[in-house]
Design a protein around this ligand. Structure first.
Ligand code: MCN
Length: 824
């Protein structure tokens, strides 16, 4: 047995997962090769919107090596829901429009990339070649591409029979919003665009399904975040008993929300394996990943803030148009809705109203993408709070501070009608100001402005919160989510003293094997090397709700902790029996039970486990084995928070933006593994920065994705990113016994507004108050030209003086009017 130090939780234990990953020994879906395995490829629509008038598969079927070719009609009988099929798990309103979503299109295609036929062949190349021999006649229809135009009278319709492109309109609010705006000294109105983003996990999607006809069972290996949810959904859709479907997520090369879904290709692979009675494999290529894996973001946000001259926020109005794409994937409809609760951010005020209109377009479905609704909300509130500061000529840190909640550690009501768990924004802001040497930065900025330096310094803030944990289930039900918020764990010490932890979470890069081992190691007083974490297989971990929403630690990790405590409680009883002492006199420390006051009378946890396993000396009536399970169901979500400062240098002659420094102070409660938390923040910050500066899914006017390769879609690499300076404050959550909050999405949520605020801050003397994301050199340069043109008649726009601002808005139109749309 490896010698155990006192505690592992809180220590930077190296990730157990990494040796296999960095030495090419991971077990990806594409590594799976089964005897007699067939390969599927999908023919995808080249049109964004068209009727299918005929499909001729005869030539493809005759190709050597081709086993079968199926159209949507050929497979129609396979789906249990003969009146319509949908993968959606969030009914935001009772009258929400939910379109049929056949895994292979039947009579109409609604986005470029939608599957129209599937070829199954002896190998992938033969299947791919045969795709070209399928003849499809399309009758093209006008595509719906813009959410605002989609709502206009006379717009073409994505789903004709709904008579509208609206999926739903959701309205909610608290307080007297009109009164707040009437009383306000200032009203700031903005319009922000959340461009569509394309998730790029290192491993694309892929699935292998094996059929065991003798037992009527199926094993599905799939690159997913959600094996349990897939089992539940696909068993219902494909008519396979849930108990006859085993879903395995082997090593999964990232997901970032895009593998929090049940996809058509998975459903098709399952029914093909059944029909053809052979293992079937499908591996997504990178082009398919761009077209057929869900996208993220895609919103038009109108936002208005009412405030006093002292910078106190009185009310917030939000109107949001969400671009859903053509179909409802699992959280497509819910993603815009998910932002509702955190638009008010870390600021306390009384009146809030929010209207969300979810709109169908002829594009790939949007869905969860790292943050899912919360980065969009954080961006909007953090941008407009900066706009308010400019309007009042106040320091952006000061405006924030005036609106923070007083620190609290018990559930506290918010304008969105939910309860935050615990906050201390003041401490996080103080720390980040100190880390960044804020006064020094402002001095440097003044100096650059006064000297007319063409490279200006920008300092951008973001003080954010977000929702993690997705619980309790009652709340999920009340807001229309078909799901639950608990998580299960089993802790068992084998007869040899080694520990097995079974978890319902399904990690795909987050390091649960390491973190859960640390929790178990501390509980049992063993080394993490003596702990094995079993996950991602519904046969091994039959109960679970998987990994997303930065829920795993605060729900699943806590379940592990509680299962371990339960095992220790039982072990204590056995130890008392073995030591012939009263249970109340037994102490447990460092893996050893001893009798209080007589430390020499002791047994190790391994001795106890052996006794429990052999069951030859147990208290009367006790169940053998140390094998305890716990299902943890938290009473509330957790709300991590933080304060970020981004420092940029903007070349006013070229529009080039360089992030010089990035300071982030995040609070996710006590930390299990600081190295993992840092890694999560680094990745998250990179993704948030990517949205601010680089990435954007662009469609042409016919609905073709023109950024369909890694050459066209700009993903930043290490050279584009700064060194991050990170620190933490620790404010425990009262929702769970470890006090932990999530961290997996925090970096993404906090960073995007900090970066854009920094760019705008740099250009403020030039009169630039808004640039759409990504703030590419071209957009920055153009904004400077526009602002200078605008200012030319009214004042000298130079780098040395503050603009004589009388208005604050998007920087393009008049003050209180948002660009491109009406007041709310
Ligand atoms: N952690 C910790 N102490 C805390 C909080 C977290 O030590 N106070 C550790 C946890 O133990 C865990 C990790 O940080 O090892 C992340 O935990 P958590 O915040 O609970 O998030 P989840 O494990 O639920 O991960 C989901 C989250 C999401 S929603 C996205 S999107 C995302 C992310 O994780 N996708 C990722 N991080 C990713 N990282 C990788 N490599 N790949 C992805 O696809």
């Amino acid at each position: 047995m490896t010698e155990a130090p006192e505690r592992y939780v809180g220590g930077g234990v190296l990730r157990k997962e990494d040796p296999a990953l960095v030495t090419g020994r991971a077990n990806w879906v594409d590594n799976i090769k089964l005897t007699g395995m067939l390969h599927a490829t999908f023919l995808r629509s080249p049109y964004a919107h068209a009727r299918i008038t005929s499909i001729d598969t005869s030539a493809a079927k005759e190709q050597p090596g081709v086993v079968a070719v199926f159209t949507g009609e050929d497979l129609a009988d396979e789906w249990v829901a003969d009146e319509g099929l949908s993968f959606s798990a969030w009914e935001v309103t009772e009258d929400q429009n939910t379109p049929d979503h056949w895994p292979v299109a039947r009579d109409e295609v609604n986005y470029a990339g939608e599957p129209v036929a599937v070829v199954v062949a002896a190998d992938r190349y033969k299947a791919q070649d045969a795709l070209e021999l399928i003849e499809v006649d399309y009758d093209p229809l006008e595509p719906v591409l813009d959410v605002e135009k989609a709502l206009e009278e006379g717009s073409p319709l994505v789903h004709e029979h709904f008579g509208t492109n609206e999926c739903y309109t959701f309205r909610l609010g608290t307080g007297d919003i009109d009164d707040a705006f009437d009383k306000a000294d200032v009203v700031v109105s903005e319009r922000y665009l959340q461009q569509r983003l394309i998730p790029n996990a290192i491993e694309t999607r892929g699935v292998v399904v094996q059929h065991d006809p003798g037992h009527g069972e199926f094993v599905m290996y799939t690159s997913t975040q959600i094996p349990h949810i897939i089992r539940a959904v696909l068993s219902a859709i494909c008519g396979v008993g849930e108990h006859k479907l085993r879903v395995v997520a082997p090593d999964v090369g990232g997901g970032f929300g895009s593998k929090l879904n049940v996809y058509a290709e998975e459903a098709v692979a399952l029914v093909l394996a059944k029909r053809l009675d052979a293992p079937v494999k499908w591996i997504e290529d990178r082009s398919e990943n761009y077209l057929a894996t869900t996208h993220g973001r895609g919103q038009v946000q109108y936002i208005e803030l009412a405030a006093t001259n002292e910078g106190k926020i009185l009310g917030l109005r939000v109107k949001l148009l969400g671009d859903l794409g053509a179909y409802l994937q699992i959280f497509t409809s819910g993603t815009p809705r998910a932002g509702y609760s955190v638009f008010p951010g870390v600021y306390t005020f009384d009146a809030y109203s929010c209207e969300i209109i979810a709109v169908f377009t002829n594009k790939t479905a949007t869905d969860s993408y790292r943050g899912a609704g919360r980065p969009e909300a954080a961006y909007a509130i953090e941008r407009i709070v900066d706009a308010l500061a400019r309007r009042l000529d106040m320091d952006p840190a000061e405006v924030r501070r005036r609106n923070f909640y007083e620190p609290f550690d018990e559930p506290t009501d918010t304008p969105a009608g939910i309860q935050y768990d615990s906050f201390n924004l003041q401490a996080a802001l103080d720390r980040v100001l100190e880390l960044a040497d804020y006064d020094g930065l402002r001095a440097e900025q003044r100096q650059r402005r006064e000297s007319g330096d063409p490279v200006q310094l920008g300092i951008g803030f973001s003080t954010y919160t977000e929702i993690c944990g997705n619980a309790p289930s009652r709340v999920l039900r009340d807001i229309g989510i078909k799901g639950a918020g608990w998580e299960a764990a089993t802790a068992r010490m084998l007869g040899s003293g080694k520990v097995e932890i079974v978890t319902g979470t399904s990690p795909h890069g987050q390091g649960h094997e390491t973190s859960w081992s640390q929790i178990a190691a501390d509980a049992f007083g063993v080394s993490p090397d003596d702990v094995e974490v079993l996950h991602g297989d519904t046969a091994v971990a039959p109960l679970g709700w998987d990994t997303y929403g930065s829920r795993s630690l605060s729900v699943g990790g806590v379940a592990v902790h509680l299962a371990c405590q339960k095992a220790i409680e039982k072990a204590k009883k056995i130890a008392a029996h073995m030591l012939e002492a009263a249970e109340g006199d037994i102490e447990f420390e460092g893996g050893r039970f001893s009798v209080r006051g007589s430390p020499d009378r002791n047994v190790t946890i391994q001795d106890v486990a052996s006794a429990a396993f052999h069951a030859d000396n147990l208290p009367e009536g006790m169940e053998p084995a140390l094998n305890e399970s716990y299902v943890f169901h938290p009473p509330n979500f957790t709300f991590p928070f933080g304060a970020h400062i981004c420092v940029v240098e903007v070349d006013t002659e070229t529009g080039f933006v360089k992030i010089r420094d990035y300071f982030a102070v995040d609070d996710c409660g006590p930390v299990i593994n600081p190295t993992i938390v840092e890694g999560q923040l680094h990745g998250g910050l990179a993704q948030g920065i990517a949205q601010a500066l680089y990435e954007e899914a662009v469609y042409d006017e016919e609905g073709n994705l023109t950024t369909g390769t890694m050459v066209d879609y700009l993903i930043p690499g290490a050279p584009e990113l700064p060194n991050f300076t990170l620190d933490r404050t620790v404010t425990p959550s009262p929702t769970n016994p470890l006090g932990v909050k999530g961290v997996g999405e925090a970096g993404t949520i906090g960073s995007t507004p900090a970066v854009v605020n920094a760019v705008i801050d740099a250009l403020e003397p030039l009169g630039v108050t808004h640039i759409d994301m990504p703030t590419s050199p071209w957009r920055v340069w153009q904004a400077i030209q526009d602002a200078q043109g605008r200012e030319a008649g009214t004042r000298d726009a130079d780098l040395s003086g503050r603009p004589s601002q009388t208005t604050e808005s998007t920087g393009i139109t008049d003050q209180d009017e948002p660009t491109g749309g009406d007041r709310l």
